[in-house]
Design a protein around this ligand. Structure first.
Ligand code: F6R
Length: 247
């Protein structure tokens, strides 16, 4: 897996933002929408700040952009502060000129008997948009991408999953306490992610050990990010700490 190493997360985020901007402009020139796959969590916050800056200061437009988010907690109302729906609107969508109709985020509010159908239609919407041109990923300390926890099948599609306890603990800071962290999530699957034409995985700080396993270890469903070794157009964008365990 090719890696790009930067001194700070901010520099790494600028690199990713530039690639996104280039894609948007190319697609604009061709008269077709740019289809982005987006992630949440602490890692891409500096990326979204840079995209908002490019929109405000450099006129980068999102009018021709279609987005699909990787995941959402289940069950959780979208208006909850901790929902990824809220996160995305706070950090990006409310601050740029994207058409709300072009935003797709898995719905954490549906009754359980409607979830399967929703997941199938999410997959279909991605296909109808022409597939994801560029997928942004973070990585969990256990190697998860999206919320595909260790053991997720390489063939998995968008679905309801149980969150690992380590993931619930890592994300507890967003909630009042661990008991309030939802036990499930809807996530794109590994196969959904692998279908993206281009993938950029971002990691900063303490992710060094799992980055080394993902890049240099065996391809195994026990380390979901290691499966990215089988994608032909993926780059890991790292800061020096996250690259520190690579040989
Ligand atoms: C978020 C997502 C997760 C996070 C991962 C890292 O949409 O899909 O895989 O990218 O849990 O989270 P942070 O960035 O908070 O360390």
């Amino acid at each position: 897996i090719p890696v790009e190493i930067f001194t700070t997360p901010k520099e790494g985020s600028k690199y990713v933002a530039r690639e996104i901007a280039t894609l948007i402009k190319e697609k604009n020139a061709a008269g077709v929408p740019a289809v982005l796959g987006l992630a949440t969590g602490s890692t891409p916050i500096s990326l979204y700040a840079e995209l908002v800056r490019m929109h405000k200061e450099e006129g980068l437009s999102f009018k021709n952009v279609i987005t699909f988010n990787l995941d959402e907690y289940y069950p959780l109302e979208r208006e909850a502060l901790q929902s990824y729906y809220s996160f995305m609107h706070r950090h990006l969508f409310n601050q740029v000129d994207i058409n709300p109709a072009n935003i797709h985020i898995p719905n954490g509010e549906l009754p359980k008997d409607k979830v399967k159908e929703h997941c199938a239609s999410y997959e279909q919407q991605i296909e109808d948009a022409g597939g994801i041109d560029l997928q942004i990923l973070g990585i969990g300390n256990n190697g998860h991408i999206g919320f595909n926890e260790p053991g997720s099948s390489i063939f998995s599609k968008t679905r309801l999953i149980n969150l690992d306890n380590s993931t619930r603990m890592a994300n507890a800071r967003e909630f009042q306490n661990i008991a309030k962290v939802p036990r499930m999530a809807i996530t794109m699957g590994i196969s959904t992610i692998l279908k993206a034409k281009r993938i950029l995985l971002m990691a900063w700080g303490s992710k060094g050990p799992i980055i080394s396993k993902s890049v240099e270890g065996h391809v195994t469903e026990q380390v979901p990010a290691s499966i990215l070794q089988q994608h032909n157009n993926v780059t890991f964008v790292l800061d020096e700490a996250a690259a520190g365990d690579l040989t």
